[in-house]
Ligand binder design. Structure first.
Ligand SMILES: *Cc1c(COP(=O)(O)O)cnc(C)c1O
Length: 232
């Protein structure tokens, strides 16, 4: 397993570097290991290889793995988050990628303050407009931020999206470009207390395109760890 992971990681890192070079970028890109459905051993195996941040999409699973691994990695929550689950993860996660409603944002802020911190969050945006996808509509984002920026305990730190699963690279890249343009638009508004530090986009099949459009967090699961088994 270690060799498998090491080889995959090496190849992905080389591809990340090549995409950065192609884009003329010298800034840092976080490779987030998406470990959902994989056993905790895979997180342990990644630590000496330098995978220091992992993404989970179920609160219960994150908590169970956190109990074993603790703060030896940085935990990110990347999935649809139910309000009643916020309290279980709020003292464990460094970044929540998937805020898409004011009620969820309020719950996150409230629980973060109970632990005496501001919670960094990204807003999940449905750039592609696919019905099946979660996320805020592009046109609603600025008014959402105007409301959410007032929530104590919440630190809006950037944007996240998922592209359609498609081999049409122009379509996929267009979605990533849309998120980058939205980020630039928000930055130009200079909204107090809101920063656009992170652009979380790109997964196993499209992370290079995302990097060309400015992603600085890529979320990679199957390409690193292998096929997921959802029956477990
Ligand atoms: C599962 C998941 C990923 C990783 O997907 P892969 O195709 O396995 O790389 C990335 N982001 C989110 C939100 C996910 O749920």
């Amino acid at each position: 397993m270690n060799n498998y992971l090491e080889n995959n990681l090496k190849e992905i890192r080389e591809n990340i570097d090549a995409a950065k070079k192609k884009a003329g970028r010298v800034d840092d890109i976080l490779l987030l290991g998406v470990t959902k459905t994989f056993p905790v051993e895979i997180i342990e195996a990644g630590i000496p290889l330098g995978i220091r941040a992992v993404g989970e999409n179920k609160a219960q699973e994150l908590v169970a793995k956190y109990d074993i691994v603790g703060n030896r990695v940085s935990w990110h929550f990347i999935g649809h988050l139910q309000r009643n689950k916020v309290k279980y993860i709020i003292d464990k996660v460094d970044l929540i990628h998937s805020v898409e409603s004011v009620s969820l944002a309020k719950e996150i802020g409230k629980r973060a303050l109970q632990f005496g911190h501001n919670q960094k969050v990204l807003l999940e945006i449905n750039i592609s407009g696919e019905e099946t996808k979660f996320g805020l509509k592009r046109d609603d984002v600025v008014s959402f931020i105007e409301e959410a920026k007032k929530i104590p305990g919440l630190q809006i730190s950037g944007l996240m999206t998922m592209a359609p699963h498609s081999d049409d690279t122009q379509l996929v890249r267009g979605v990533f470009k849309g998120l980058r343009l939205l980020k630039e638009e928000i930055e130009s508004l200079k909204i107090e207390g809101v920063s656009m530090d992170y652009l979380s986009m790109g997964m196993s099949h499209d992370y290079e395109l995302a990097i060309l459009e400015g992603a600085n967090i890529v979320r990679i699961g199957s390409l690193l760890y292998g096929k997921r088994d959802y029956t477990k």
